[in-house]
Design a protein around this ligand. Sequence first.
Ligand code: LUZ
Ligand code: MOS
Length: 752
Amino acid sequence: MKNIDSFTHVRGESLFVDDLILRQDALIGLCFDSPKAHGKIKSVDYSKAETLEGVVRIFTYKDILGENQIGGIIPDEPLWAENEVHFWGQPIAFIVAETEAIAKKAKALISIELEELPVITTAKEAKEKGSFINAPRSFELGDTTNAFLACDYVFEGETFSNGQEHLYLETQGCYAIPQENGTIKLISSTQGPTIVQKTAAKVLGIPMHKIEVDVIRLGGGFGGKEDQATPWAVMTAVAVQHLNRPVKYILNRHDDMRMTGKRHPYTSFYKIGLTKDLKIKAFEAEFLQNSGAAADLSPAIAERTLFHATNSYFIPNVSTTVFSCKTNLPPNTAFRGFGGPQGMFVIESAIADAADKIGLNKRHIQEANLLAENDEFSYGQIATQVEAEKTWFSAKEKFDLARLEQEATAFNKENKRHKKGISLMPVTFGISFTNTQMNHARALIHIYQDGSVGVSTGAVEMGQSVNTKMLQVAQSVLGISPAKIKLETTNTTRVANTSPSAASSTADLNGKAVEMACNSLLERLIKVAAKTLSVEEKTISFQEDFVFVDGEKSSLAWEDVINQAMIHRVALSENAHYATPKIHFDKTKEKGHPFAYHVYGTAITAVTVDCLRGTYEIDAVKIVHDFGKSMNLGIDLGQVEGALAQGIGWMTMEEIAYGEDGRLLSNALSTYKVPDIFSAPKTVETIPLETEGNDMAIQKSKAVGEPPLMYGIGAYFAIQQAVKAFNPNYKLKFHSPFTPEKVLMGLYEPLS
Ligand code: LUZ
Ligand code: MOS
């Protein structure tokens, strides 16, 4: 089935927040934000702006009737700065005006006096100065100290991976509309409707039932709207609370890039120990996460770095520690992979370093250490239904790695100016929110009396096609055609207390709830049908919009059964709740079983480097991916390809740059390069691994949103291979993104 939004998307008819027709009395909001990265606010002069014609009001923290606090995990972030600012772009005030042009003009009329304070922009400096968000976390397995003593090889090194701009096509925004009796409706572009509702209620000092959050769909989220859609929605809500008029605020691209957090940059240190037979016996890593000026989701992201620090490998002795380092950058946040990619880059770097120094291809070490059935992860979960080796060896076989390597070797012999490199990248990614209590969802299903069906869930559609999957679940359980089913907006008055759509888990959690609700409805309808046809209930099934008796189509249509159900006053609505069974995690021991299951895969990446220019092309990425039993291969392949492009972008070209003063330098699409069609791999082939699937996945179709992003890490190491082929003196560096500038330096080092 195609994405159910494809028709309206192509015709430009799909609705996003900025498409809504505003109420006649609606106003426009605009943030006034800090022009420096750190300082004490001496004074702010709003007088000129306030008296500008068309400015309705300027809100500051003084107008907050509840708490000036939006921190989710740790209460360390004000909605609007009070006496100090901690990052360039931190919201200080909110201008509400008749038009956007007036709001912009007013913003320019605000003057601020700051006493500047020292600025920290790197995690390393933060650690040196003892600037942290919270206490460090460590995962331990076995005994690394003793294990290193028994190793034949021990290598140590440092890595850096940069941040990443989410660059959702639709920027952040919200349209807030006053309802009766102090109730406010927020139409928000958020992955987390309940987070917006809860935070707005807290800041406004009103109960949650007075805030209704409605989400139509997002033009992309990628984690950037898990927590960071909240401030803009809350700002509009505060304004509505005071003005009793609708207020809309949509950030322009420039403001969005400056004011929002990104993927966390990480500086990391590793120590890896191997025996002669290439078994990794011990691995230690220290991760310095550049968290930015407030916690946001950093502690949870740090945790996932530890969960994925050994990627697809079994290592019997592991000691990993992560520090969430407080700096003067915008609070960094969730981004597809959620700290996992940062962890995997480090172990892959350590293996590349070891292979280079031992004098062999990286893949021999990778292959010798792949995770197997019943291996223990450093967090205590025992690996089951493991497909690490199967995806690895299938990729080698199906894509004929031996031939690819021979061709590359021959090419490199013949060509002086161009060199090819090939890498293998296995991925193992855990599915579930690592915070066990977040793994639940609900669905509310109405069958209307004409037989049409409305499905509400806590899932937010953000282009990942979760609504299409929800429709498929309802359709397959009820045995009716897709045209009878409509997916409703995500709304906190219909489905309450939702977890954000995140962690690749949205289809699993909400799909299971849809399945449960539909099964309950089906039970009732089977009774009605059996009675109507005077047959036994166990003979009845629903298929193709009809009742089937003992597998034979009867004359009783779906609509007839619904009509009978109405006559017999049978409930045609159902609400179901699903909570992932079996998972648990004990933070005091840092052990447990946090994941419902893991997703596996292996990518082969081939690149060609132009050794005169330092530019490169990704010739091909060939992937064997464990989809389980994919319920929609078109959609799932799309997720693999999109995630791959995003991963390659992160590893090769997307270069976030801040000045020493904490100002974002890569603040527009002219200075921040995202992958376009010209930089995409020339071919991407994805072969689904044949497996039984996993019962914890919806219809055995495994979660697919995040895992394939990490295939992109393969591009880094393929380029590194090519650079080494040109310049044997090149000393491996693990500093991503591997931009053409860095490639060029590598090709010609040492520069004397
Ligand atoms: N969000 C979250 C996530 O709150 N917890 C998680 O474990 C997670 N994992 C991936 C992406 N978002
Ligand atoms: Mo996310 S990184 O919001 O799944």
